[in-house]
Design a protein around this ligand. Structure first.
Ligand SMILES: Cc1ncc(C[n+]2csc(CCOP(=O)(O)OP(=O)(O)O)c2C)c(N)n1
Length: 325
């Protein structure tokens, strides 16, 4: 058996992760439509290359924080499919004990410090975790994801202002998917280049289109290195597109089917698959896809069979300190 070049090994692994996220979410959408998942469900389909590419540039002990569109990041960082699917189903075996649901994945073991429902609200929290790393003399980096809808919010400016002032080891990633719910970028921001917001804070910035998972990894690695080696923050704007509605309840009337179709032609997931196929990995890809299907099916089964949380979790998850049991 010939050994594969490391770059092909990496590409195959990142393809596997993107496929895992996509198939996980497609099954989640199906379960949601069947009424098995309650609350909100915001799908990340189309944006997978960002969470997967960024996670590939992180160290296992780094921190990552994101919005309610959080399934992709959790899975990319290593949260098990079982724990993620069980969380969506509101089961006690979920990564947030079934109490958070889709918008509030949390997995300390894998450095996933949460999905947050309040737009921009997590940005100062991310600055806080970066401050903690610096204060403790650790060389951990925090990566904070947000949508472009967050950049007009006060929390965004407070977080960036402090990160720049205190030279915190953090990378802010703005996943600019061109719409905040149904509002297009042009009706929301006075500038088209979101990364320019970094200039006001004297912060480094980068900006590119998400076209290839390996490029995401490479570009963001530069910002991560700046944070780790020099304790300096960066704002990275990554242009992307979500193929599904804002959430499952969005009929998506604010954009045309042609626009969505056109953007699907630039989907990084089939692009990676096509490239790997052309390099002769057809059989390896088929085996990976099969393993992904099995893992997703196992996660669904596990979630459906798991118990719901009981009242014993009420105090333990509400109080801390002397009141906690
Ligand atoms: C402070 C606040 N205002 C409004 C909302 C309602 N809301 C939820 S998602 C969203 C749009 C955010 O868009 P964006 O930041 O671009 O992220 P995307 O959903 O595109 O990933 C809004 C306005 C909220 N959750 N929090």
């Amino acid at each position: 058996m010939t050994t594969r070049p490391p770059s092909d090994e990496l590409h195959l692994e990142l393809y596997r992760k993107m496929q895992l996220v996509r198939r996980f979410e497609e099954e989640a959408a199906r379960a949601y439509a069947q009424g098995k998942i309650g609350g909100f469900l915001h799908l990340y389909i189309g944006q997978e290359a960002i969470a997967v590419g960024v996670s590939a540039a992180l160290r296992a002990d780094d921190y990552a924080i994101t919005t309610y569109r959080d399934h992709g990041l959790a899975l990319a960082r290593g949260t098990s499919l079982r724990a993620a699917m069980a969380e969506l189903h509101g089961k006690v075996t979920g990564c947030s004990k079934g109490l958070g649901g889709s918008m509030h994945f949390f997995d300390v073991e894998h450095g996933m410090l949460g999905g947050y429902g309040i737009v921009g609200g997590h940005i100062p929290i991310a600055a806080g975790t970066a401050f903690a790393s610096k204060y403790r003399g650790e060389d951990r980096v925090t990566v904070c994801f947000m949508g472009e809808g967050a950049v007009s919010i006060g929390d965004f400016h407070e977080g960036l202002s402090l990160a720049a002032l205190w030279k915190l080891p953090i990378v802010f990633i703005c996943e600019n998917n061109e719409y905040s719910m149904g509002t297009p970028l042009s009706r929301e921001l006075s500038v088209e280049d979101v990364s320019t917001k970094a200039l006001a804070y004297g912060m480094a910035r980068d900006r590119f289109h998400c076209e290839h998972v390996l490029e995401v990894r490479e570009r963001v690695a530069e910002a991560i290195e700046r944070a780790r080696l020099h304790s300096e923050p960066t704002l990275v704007e990554i242009r992307t597109y979500r193929f599904r509605g804002h959430s499952m309840s969005d009929p998506g009337k604010y954009r045309t089917a042609e626009e969505v179709e056109e953007r699907k032609q630039r989907d990084p997931l089939p692009r990676s698959r096509g490239e790997l196929e052309a390099r002769g990995f057809g059989a390896a890809l088929a085996a990976l896809d099969e393993a992904v299907e099995a893992e997703v099916a196992d996660a669904v089964r596990f979630a459906e069979e798991s118990p719901e949380p009981g009242p014993e979790l009420l105090e333990a998850t509400t109080y801390s300190g002397p009141f906690a049991r």
